[in-house]
Design a protein. Structure first.
Length: 114
């Protein structure tokens, strides 16, 4: 069982940036696309971006142009660069395969507020 550890969250003002990291204890790139999910208070967890085994990236519409997903296969790490943050981006952010095969990590809290 791979362990996923998300980090890099924090409190940021609207318009600010954060870079999230998802470090895995083992190889995660042989199991399909890796994604970033988020769960806002009172809402379901949702997939917001993913990177395929071939390196292609996909984003939900509201993230396009603001968020960038990337990976370092040698480090078994996935990143999410978040720019132009908005209050509605406030949530706990998680990583997992798109098919959600790994146990969820603790997530990292992102709070966007002035």
């Amino acid at each position: 069982q791979v362990q996923l550890v998300e980090s890099g969250g924090g409190l940021v003002q609207p318009g600010g940036s954060l870079r999230l990291s998802c470090a895995a204890s083992g190889n995660i790139f042989g199991f399909g696309a890796m994604g970033w999910f988020r769960q806002a208070p009172g809402k379901e967890r949702e997939l917001i971006a993913y990177i395929t085994s071939g390196g292609n990236t996909v984003y939900v519409d509201s993230m396009k142009g603001r968020f960038t997903i990337s990976r370092d296969t040698a480090k078994n790490t996935v990143y999410l660069q978040m720019n132009s943050l908005k209050p509605e981006d406030t949530a706990v952010y998680y990583c997992n395969t798109v098919s959600q095969i790994w146990r969820w990590g603790q997530g990292t809290q992102v709070t966007v507020s002035s």
